[in-house]
Design a binder for this molecule. Structure first.
Ligand code: COA
Length: 365
C-alpha cells in the first residue's frame, strides 16, 4: 500500500507506498546535450567525478536550504503535470506544502544549479536512525546527463554522514531507468512496486455478505482498531521489509493517522471505506482516499492473519468499488508490491491493470 506516513508533514504521500514522493524526469536528452556546451560556473561543490561521462562538467550541487522556493517553480509544475498525466493524481497541494517548507529554508536535501538555474532537487528526512529519501525531481532538459545520479550521490552521502543505520527510498519514480543501477551500486536492495488502476465504468452490483461477521461503514473511531490489524497483517510480509513503520503498532498508527487525518494520501472517502467485524471484533479494514476529483485510491487494506483466505479482503474491496461507483468516481487505483502475490492476484482478478512499475530501495548498515 501507499506508505504515506512520516513524510506527510512535508505534503507528500508515499505510496503506500508513500506518497507523495516522486522522482520525475522527462526525456529530452538532445536539448540537454546542446545546452551542456554553455556551462556556467557557480558556487557549491563541483561534481565532475560523479558525472565524468557526462558533458555536464560544471554543475554545482548545493544545500537545498540555500535555495529559494521560486527557483523550483518550474520543477513543481513539471511534477504536478506528470503525476496528473500518468497517474491521474493531483499532487498540487502536496507540492504547495513542500514549497512552503522550502520557502522557510527548512527542507533537508540537495539541489543542482547550473548557473542561475536550478535544474533538479532531492529531499530527505531523518528520524532517529532512519533516513527517508522523499523525492527527486529534475528538469526534463537534463534527464540523461548524469545530473540525477550526481544529485542522489550527494544526497545519499549526506544522509549516511548523519549516522543512520537504515535508508529507505520509497518514492514513486517515473521515467528514471537509471535509478536501480545507482542504488544497487550503493548497496541498496531493490523492491518493485506496481501502480494499478481500474476504470469504474459501471456499478459492480451488490456486495455479497461476509460468510462470517459483517462490514460496517468507516467511522473515525475505527482508526484505533485498524492499527493492530495492520501490524498483524503485514508481519513477515515484504511491505514490512520496505517500510519500517509497518513493523510496529506505533508505526502503523502513524501511517493510518497520516492517511486519514493529515491528507497524506489524498482526501479520505469514508463512504467507500469500511471495517469488517466478527463477534464485535475488528478483523479487517479498507481505507479509500480521493487523489484527484473522482479518482479513488485504496490507501490501505488489511485482514487479520487468522481471518485471511476467507473472502474478507475481496468483500472489502467489492464494497469500496461499488460505493465509489455509486458516488460516480471514474477510477480506483492502488499501489502494491510485486512480491505480494496474494494481494496482486486478488487485484488482477478483480480487473485492476498495471499503469506503472517502479522500484523502491532499502539500505541497511
Ligand atoms: C491482501 C489481503 C487483504 C487479502 O485478504 P484476504 O481476506 O485473505 O483475501 P480473500 O480471502 O478475500 O482472498 C482474495 C483472493 O486472494 C487470493 N488469495 C488469498 N489468499 C491467498 C493465498 N494465501 N495464496 C494465494 N492466493 C490467495 C485468492 O485469489 C482469493 O480469491 P478467492 O479465494 O475468492 O478465489 C490479506 O492477505 C492481507 O491483509 N495481507 C497483508 C496486508 C496486505 O498485503 N495488504 C495489501 C497491500 S497492497
Amino acid at each position: 500500500m501507499t506508505s504515506a506516513g512520516h513524510l506527510a508533514n512535508l505534503g507528500q504521500g508515499f505510496g503506500s507506498e508513500g506518497v507523495w514522493l516522486s522522482c520525475v524526469w522527462l526525456s529530452d536528452g538532445c536539448r540537454a546535450e546542446r545546452e551542456a556546451v554553455r556551462l556556467v560556473r557557480g558556487e557549491g561543490c563541483a561534481v565532475t567525478d560523479v558525472v565524468a561521462e557526462s558533458p555536464v562538467s560544471r554543475l554545482q550541487v548545493v544545500d537545498l536550504r540555500t535555495v529559494e522556493a521560486a527557483e523550483l517553480d518550474d520543477l513543481w509544475q513539471h511534477e504536478v503535470r506528470l503525476w496528473r498525466e500518468r497517474l491521474l493524481w493531483d499532487v498540487s497541494d502536496a507540492c504547495a506544502a513542500r514549497r512552503r517548507v522550502v520557502d522557510r529554508h527548512g527542507l533537508p536535501g540537495k539541489a543542482v544549479r547550473l548557473g542561475a538555474r536550478t535544474v533538479a532537487y532531492a529531499y530527505y528526512i531523518i528520524a532517529r536512525r532512519l533516513g527517508v529519501i522523499g523525492g527527486l525531481v529534475g528538469s526534463p532538459d537534463w534527464s540523461s546527463t548524469g545530473v540525477g545520479r550526481a544529485l542522489l550521490q550527494e544526497t545519499v552521502d549526506e544522509i549516511r554522514q548523519k549516522g543512520v543505520s537504515r535508508i529507505e527510498s520509497p518514492f514513486v519514480s517515473i521515467d528514471c531507468p537509471w535509478l536501480t543501477r545507482f542504488f544497487e551500486r550503493e548497496g541498496f536492495r531493490t523492491f518493485w512496486r506496481e501502480f494499478l488502476r481500474l476504470e469504474l465504468r459501471q456499478s459492480p452490483g451488490p456486495v455479497s455478505p461476509l460468510s462470517m461477521g459483517h462490514l460496517e461503514p468507516w467511522r473515525g473511531t475505527h482508526l484505533r482498531e485498524a492499527a493492530p490489524i495492520m501490524q498483524a497483517a503485514y508481519e513477515g510480509e515484504v511491505d514490512a521489509e520496505i517500510n519500517e513503520l509497518y513493523r510496529t503498532l506505533d508505526g502503523c498508527g502513524v501511517v493510518l493517522e497520516s492517511t486519514l487525518s493529515q491528507g497524506g494520501c489524498g482526501i479520505p472517502v469514508v463512504e467507500a471505506s469500511a471495517m469488517a467485524r466478527h463477534w464485535g471484533r475488528g478483523i479487517g479494514f479498507a481505507v479509500v482516499t480521493e487523489i484527484a476529483p473522482r479518482q479513488g485510491h485504496l490507501a490501505q487494506v488489511a485482514v487479520l492473519p487468522e481471518y485471511q483466505r476467507r473472502g474478507v479482503g475481496r468483500r472489502l474491496l467489492s464494497y469500496s468499488l461499488s460505493r465509489l461507483a455509486e458516488l460516480h468516481f471514474d477510477t480506483f487505483s492502488l499501489i502494491v508490491s510485486r512480491y505480494n502475490h496474494r494481494a496482486l492476484w486478488m487485484y488482477r482478478d478483480m480487473g485492476f491493470q498495471s499503469v506503472l512499475s517502479f522500484p523502491v530501495f532499502v539500505w541497511e548498515r
